[in-house]
Design a protein around this ligand. Sequence first.
Ligand code: AMP
Length: 296
Amino acid sequence: MIICRTKQQLRHALREERTKQPSITTGFVPTMGYLHEGHASLIRQSVRDNDITVLSIFVNPLQFGPNEDFDRYPRDEQRDLLLAENNGADIVFMPTVEEMYPIKPLTRLTVDVVTDRLCGASRPGHFDGVGVVVSKLFHLVQPQRAYFGMKDAQQVAVIQRMTDDLDMPVEIVPCPIVREPDGLALSSRNVYLSAEERLQALVLSKALSEAKELGEREGLTVEGLITQLSSMIRKSPLADIDYIELLAYPDLTPLPGEEAVKEVQGTLLLALAVRFGKTRLIDNRILSFVEVESHV
Ligand code: AMP
C-alpha cells in the first residue's frame, strides 16, 4: 500500500499505475478517517469492482460550521492505515489542510434544492464544503467509480446531482449502512458517546425500523408518522431532536403532511438527526409503500 501525503505524490503514484496498465480502473473512497467497518465495507466494494482502490483520509475544515467539532474530530492515523491495508486499499491519500488548501478557496459549489432540508438546513454551508472537497478529490484521483455510504443519504443525493450537472466522468456507487449488532449505525462520532448516551441512542434505529409497519396503518398521515416517531424518540430523556423528516428520494422534496403514508408513491427517505449530549447522530432508512408504475 502506498501512502501519499502530497498531491504530487498522489499524481505520481497514479501515473505509475496507469503507465504500467493503461486500461486500469480506479475506485475511490473519500473519508475523514477514524475508520470503522462502515468505511471498510466501502473499501471492499471498491476492491471488488476496480483494479486499484484509492482511499482518502482528510478532515475537511470547509464542511464544519464554526461551532462544530472540527478541532476535536477523532483521529488515529496508525489504526486507519492498518484497516486500509487489511481491506485491500492500494493507495492512501492523507494530506494536511495546508496541502489541500494552500490558499483559501474562493470557489463555492452549491447544489440547490436537495440541500434545502435535513443537514443542508441545520448545517448551513456544510454541503458547499463537501462539494468543493469532493470535486477537488475527484480531479486529483480521476476515478471511474466513487463509493459513498447511505449513512449520509443526503450527501449521496448531493454528490450524484453535482456529478450529473457538471458531467463529471465518475460513477457514484451508494453502499448500505453498516450497523452494530444492536442496530446503532457505525459512525466515527460514536466514540464521543458516554455509556448511557450510547444505550439511549439505540432508540434511533428502533424508531426507523418500526416506521415501515407504522406507515402501513390505515389513515396514518405523513405528519402523524413523524409525530409518532418523535414521541418514541423523546421517551429517551437524553435525546434532543434536530430533525426527523420523510422526503421523496433522491429529490429530497417534502411530502404533503396530510397525505396517507401508505399511499405515497415512489422511494422515500426517512432521515433523522438527534443530539445525545454534545454528540449529533444521524441515521436514516429508505422506505417505499407504493411502487411507481414503469411505463417502459
Ligand atoms: P466519513 O468519514 O464519516 O466522512 O464517512 C466517509 C464515508 O463512509 C461516507 O461515504 C459515509 O457515508 C461512509 N460511512 C460512514 N459510516 C458508515 C456506515 N455506518 N455504513 C456505511 N457507510 C458509512
